[in-house]
Design a protein around this ligand. Structure first.
Ligand code: GUN
Length: 298
């Protein structure tokens, strides 16, 4: 078998195109969506992600601003900034880029974001709603993965979805989503992690394998079955003396070997990554529409 390559970049472009129209409609009604992205410190990967989020949002007509703060910012200073953004009626969406410097309590900061502006879906109220299957902000990467599968017409109903990695940003919300009795879900879900003894025993059973581990090319071809659908969430640097930069970006799966066995696979880059940003825009538009609805009725 030779896998269909799931073109996340192209699918994300389509979604952003429709969102651009919605943003334009909101703007005409005097409600331009406002997004504030907060970046603390100099983490190089975070700097790249934040500038991509800001640029995409601005290109689509969102009133986007990045608040860049020094590494030495105190918890109280950051809390004050979040409080001001919570109160600001021109800001519908707030994102604090993670990880935060170690002297700042990440959980406390996430909890300080107004749940109705929490476009990452990381606030406990939004996480609780997601667990219960209620309407909420779904974290951007998991939502992007669900959309990638749906748009690629890959059915999850009755399938065995095996997720490798239990992070709060990807694995945990994904498991919550795919077990629900809903369209684009209703799967049998297994979550594997560092406590899993025989990982291959589980990964070989996967109809859909989602790798969110953070280790370069960790999943090998012998760990998957013929015909599997593979979603690769990893973004890792692998040293490569042949590359002019000295490294290349690879995912969590051994792409070339697994593509020979899989029925469909996402590439890295160009798979899940572009969908994450498109879903941030989706959640920002959702926050703006809900703000407009609550201010017209309240
Ligand atoms: N760091 C890595 N992924 C994410 C994400 O989805 N949101 C935020 N806020 N920080 C991240």
């Amino acid at each position: 078998m030779s896998a269909t390559i799931i073109d996340g970049k192209k699918i994300a472009e389509g979604i952003k195109h429709s969102l651009k129209e919605e943003i334009e409609n909101l703007r005409r009604r005097g409600s331009t969506p406002g997004l504030a992205v907060v970046l603390v410190g100099q983490n190089p990967a975070s700097q790249i992600y934040v500038s991509m989020k800001n640029k995409t949002a601005a290109d689509l007509g969102i009133n986007s601003r990045t608040i860049t703060l020094p590494e030495a910012t105190t918890q109280m200073e950051l809390l004050q900034i979040v409080r001001e953004l919570n109160e600001d009626r021109t800001v519908h969406a707030i994102l604090i880029q993670l990880p935060l410097p170690s002297h700042i309590d990440e959980t406390m900061m996430i909890n300080s974001i107004a749940p109705e502006k929490d476009v990452d879906g990381f606030h406990p109220i939004n996480r609780g709603k997601l667990m219960l299957g209620a309407d909420t902000f779904i974290p951007c990467t998991p939502l992007g993965i669900q959309q990638l599968l749906a748009i690629s017409q890959i059915n999850t109903d009755g399938k065995h979805v095996v997720i490798v990695g239990r992070s709060r940003i990807v694995g945990l919300p994904l498991a919550n989503m795919f077990i629900q009795k809903k369209d684009g879900a209703n799967a049998t879900v297994t979550v594997c992690h560092t406590g899993t003894g025989d990982l291959t025993h589980f990964t070989r059973q996967a109809d859909i394998l989602i790798a969110a581990i953070g280790k370069a090319e960790f999943i090998k071809a012998q760990m998957v079955k013929e015909g599997v659908v593979v979603i690769d969430v990893g973004v890792n640097r692998l040293e490569d003396s042949k590359d002019s930069k000295g490294y290349r970006i690879v995912g969590d799966v051994e792409f070339a070997a697994i593509a020979k066995k899989a029925s469909a696979i996402t590439p890295v880059p160009g798979g899940v990554g572009p969908m994450t940003i498109a879903m941030l825009i989706y959640n920002t538009v959702k926050a703006t529409k809900e703000f407009c609805a609550s201010s017209s009725t309240g």
